[in-house]
Design a binder for this molecule. Structure first.
Ligand SMILES: [Zn+2]
Length: 312
């Protein structure tokens, strides 16, 4: 069994090599950073009839994370929480992880990555190309989520239709020229408007997949609840941006959250629900493979990374 597994993994890796080389050349400037990323860029889980695959688009270290994730905390508090959780306080490893849900009927990709070729490389590991994707869903319009919509100016997922939250699209669409994210959406998303449809809170993406409003990170940011064969898993997107700091202290302000207080309220509400129902989650910026569970700890929470659950 073990032998079969590793041989298959080796064959898959070998098959992906030519594409991986291509993808690397697209992002030559990030190759040094990518060298520190995990060797595997995909991980699949079974959830009822669904196959859920996390796809590592990129990973890089970022120095001085306290002003990003520790708004409102003292340096001493930030250092103490970091030490308690066995991570340094002066550097954070960032991860960017879109998720593919194969329902058996459709292949639905949640978010598209930075647009530097990583998503193509990760898809190749599971034997897919961007043309195999039926639906692309955008959880929100931040650059690390919509960047992969185009590659060198061309539509990346050219056979797909697109879905996103109406509130999110309307908000960024109303920004004047010169707004960084509004401008990027106009370049990456709006050109494909005829293939785009919109979701409200509770809206259905497909049978067993529904939108869960978690506004605050952006005005229309939404997570997605998967439900198949009596099993549930939530794609939380950017609800909590760091697996230690944002869980242990959901009230610490995160630089990337547009409405800090709404983001904190959403974070507490959803994490509390996931902890009390013991529902697994996949978070876009969690350490790869980005999946885990949530437990309540003190006045906050703890992210419990997945090990060998949901393997079969
Ligand atoms: Zn993000």
């Amino acid at each position: 069994m073990t032998v079969k597994f590793s041989r298959r993994a080796a064959l898959t890796a070998a098959a992906a090599l030519p594409l991986a080389a291509t993808a690397r050349s697209v992002s030559a400037s990030t190759s040094a950073e990518m060298a520190k990323a995990p060797a595997s860029h995909s991980r699949s889980f079974k959830l009822g009839d669904f196959t859920v695959t996390t796809l590592l688009d990129g990973s890089r270290p970022v120095e001085n994370p306290k002003p990003i994730f520790g708004g409102g905390a003292s340096d001493a508090e930030f250092a103490a929480t970091s030490a308690q959780n066995f991570i340094p306080a002066d550097v954070a490893q960032f991860f960017f992880t879109p998720t593919l849900v194969d329902t058996g009927q459709e292949k639905i990709l949640f978010d598209t990555g930075l647009g530097q070729g990583g998503i193509q490389m990760a898809l190749a590991e599971v034997g897919l190309t961007p043309q195999d994707i039926d639906v692309v869903l955008l959880t929100h319009m931040h650059p690390d989520h919509i960047g992969g919509m185009t590659t060198e100016g061309a539509e990346t997922f050219s056979k797909a239709r697109y879905l996103t939250g109406r509130q999110e699209f309307d908000f960024w669409g109303a920004q004047g020229e010169g707004n960084r994210i509004g401008d990027l959406m106009a370049k990456k998303v709006t050109p494909f408007a005829e293939k785009l449809s919109f979701l409200e809170d509770g809206g259905s993406v497909a049978s067993g997949i529904s939108a869960v409003a978690s506004f605050g990170h952006t005005p229309g940011h939404m997570g997605y609840m998967l439900d198949s064969g009596g099993q549930q898993l939530m794609l939380t997107a950017d609800l909590a941006n760091h697996y230690v700091w944002s869980f242990a202290h959901p009230d610490w302000e995160v630089k990337f959250d547009m409405d800090k207080s709404a983001a904190t309220t959403s974070r507490r509400k959803v994490l509390d629900m996931l902890a009390s129902t013991r529902t697994p989650m996949i978070g876009y910026h969690m350490p790869f493979p980005a999946a885990g569970y949530v437990e309540t700890r003190g006045s906050g929470f703890r992210f419990v990374p997945v090990s060998y659950q949901m393997m079969g």
